[in-house]
Design a protein around this ligand. Structure first.
Ligand SMILES: C[S@@+](CC[C@H](N)C(=O)[O-])C[C@H]1O[C@@H](n2cnc3c(N)ncnc32)[C@H](O)[C@@H]1O
Length: 498
């Protein structure tokens, strides 16, 4: 390794905190189990966090002489220094439940649960507070070893850009060597596998396989700078094969020998903003929203600006797109794209989109709510996303999604149109959010969506004992197995004119 290269495999991942049930066990038995665990981990190049409090002092242990606060403090410090927590739920024990909740909720660690009993594996508590549920200690150790070898951060949400890129490379390597279904069955969070099986049924394995296929390159022609004929000339110049797509007269599939796509970013025509590279699913929300020249449009979560610039181009650079995002870093990218595409009708705003409804009540003809989400649908270009996924994280996303949709709806004029979209499959982030809006606002309607040449599926009307409004069928779901694209969800809503 070059000395200047950042170290991106977190050394804490080699340290394992083993939350072991003590209840009902003798001192000697615990001490023996501890030695065996330590040895087994060492054989795999891992290290045991020495949290077996009391084991070093038989008398104190048997007299329960350690206060709970002292235990908690010691355990939390040890968990902070460890990357993976193994929670052993075998045997009759009250377990170490508090530590596990803290490991997940506060310290953001990866938790592998050992649950030999198949029925207990379904226990909602275990499903909520574990990333992985396995049946044996040996499986848990193997998985911990695999995780420790990846470019992960001990804190799930603190993956750096370099770690993400490195992880994508590592996963691509792994996928070259083995079947994606195999890779995902060991590394996908257990609950994610369970949910995908419930959502996709017989298509499950197909969805996994296509979730890792490279994406085709789709160009979006900028009509302000380039005609169809002009693009054909560029194609001739570079010997490209371009196929026009049916859903938009500005979208083209470009066939290049694999690996050549990278050079696109360097072409003068790209740098002059004559075309933009944007995968198929991402182009659909703007086509469905259909903004016109002179409209006033709010893009509430706009960066890095794919849909903002697509809409501004559809509007012939007339009217206004208010492009808001709460990330200044990402807005810098958006500004660069807006400039490159030669657009003057985009106003950039940095802030929490959830506040814009109050600030701009009923002022926009069209609103785009392309919400932040758990990103299950985009493994084709961000393979690491499943390693950031965890069940409780979804509920945090839904909070923001509801706030952004509510705010966007408030900013919409009566008679106006709003599109809500995500690049994920979880119905909590899709149907449940739109269903919630329909219940809050009797003047909201969900409208049919027509997309020529794109295979879609109706939105769901039920999921895990929850029923949604029947009109949610009109929303659209996209699978990566069709259209050679990513997974996506979009719903078109209108506010009734008064
Ligand atoms: C799916 S991405 C948007 C992609 C963008 N529409 C495009 O097509 O290029 C979601 C965006 O939401 C932003 N975001 C998250 N929370 C937000 C908030 N409270 N207000 C505004 N933007 C937010 C993120 O920074 C991220 O850029």
């Amino acid at each position: 390794m070059h000395p200047a290269e950042p170290q991106i495999t977190d050394p804490r991942l080699k340290r394992i905190f083993y939350a072991m049930p003590f209840t009902g066990k003798s001192y000697d038995l615990i001490a023996k189990e501890r030695r065996a665990i330590k040895k087994a981990l060492q054989r795999l190049g891992l290290e045991l966090s020495e949290q077996f409090l009391g084991v070093e002092d038989k008398e104190k242990f048997e007299a329960h002489a350690y206060g709970p606060l002292h235990i908690a403090k010691k355990d939390h410090d040890l968990m902070k220094q460890s990357g993976v927590i193994i929670a052993d739920y075998s045997g009759d024990s009250i377990g170490r439940d508090c530590e596990i909740v803290i490991a997940k909720e506060v310290l953001d660690r990866r938790v592998i649960a050992i649950v030999p009993d198949k029925h207990m594996q379904n226990h909602p508590w275990i499903r909520l507070y574990s990333d992985y549920i396995v049946g044996t200690q040996a499986e848990a150790f193997k998985l911990a070893q695999k995780l420790s070898g990846l470019s992960l951060s001990a804190e799930v949400s603190k993956l750096s850009r370099a770690q993400k890129d490195k992880l994508d490379e590592q996963l691509a390597e792994m996928l070259k060597r083995s079947d994606p279904v195999q890779v995902s069955s060991s590394l996908f969070p257990t609950e994610l596998q369970r949910r995908w099986k419930a959502l996709f049924g017989a298509e499950y394995q197909n969805v996994i396989r296509t979730s890792y296929k490279p994406l085709p390159t789709i160009l979006r022609r900028n009509p302000l700078k380039l005609s169809h004929q002009g693009l054909m000339e560029i194609a001739r110049k570079y010997s490209w094969k371009l196929t026009r797509l049916q859903f938009s007269d500005k979208a083209y599939r470009l066939e290049l020998p694999l690996g050549e796509a990278i050079t696109l970013w360097k072409l003068p025509e790209y740098l002059e903003g004559k075309f933009y590279v944007q995968q198929l699913a991402s182009q659909l929300p703007a086509v469905v929203l259909d903004p016109k020249a002179g409209d006033r449009v709010l893009d509430i979560a706009a960066a890095p600006g794919s849909k903002t610039t697509q809409m501004a181009e559809l509007m012939e650079d007339k009217g206004e797109v208010l492009a808001n995002d709460n990330s200044s870093e990402r807005l810098e990218v958006l500004k660069a794209v807006v400039n490159r595409q030669g657009l003057t009708n985009v106003n950039v705003h940095l802030g929490d989109g959830a506040t814009l409804g109050d600030q701009y009540t009923e002022q926009f003809d069209k609103v785009m709510v392309d919400a932040p989400c758990s990103s299950e649908g985009i493994l084709r270009y961000k393979a690491h996303k499943f390693l950031e996924w965890y069940l409780l994280g979804i509920y945090r996303e839904t909070e923001m999604q509801r706030r952004l949709l509510e705010s966007g709806y408030k900013a919409l004029k009566p008679g106006g149109t709003l599109v809500y979209s995500t690049c994920t499959y979880g119905p909590e982030e899709n149907e449940a959010i739109v269903d919630w809006l329909l219940k809050q606002h009797p003047d909201a309607r969900i409208e049919p969506v027509a997309l020529k040449g794109v295979k879609t599926h109706p939105g769901l009307t039920e999921w895990e004992h929850t029923n949604f409004d029947q009109s949610l069928r009109k929303a659209r779901r996209l699978l990566p197995t069709e259209n050679n694209s990513t997974g996506f969800y979009l719903a078109k809503l209108t506010k009734q004119a008064r």
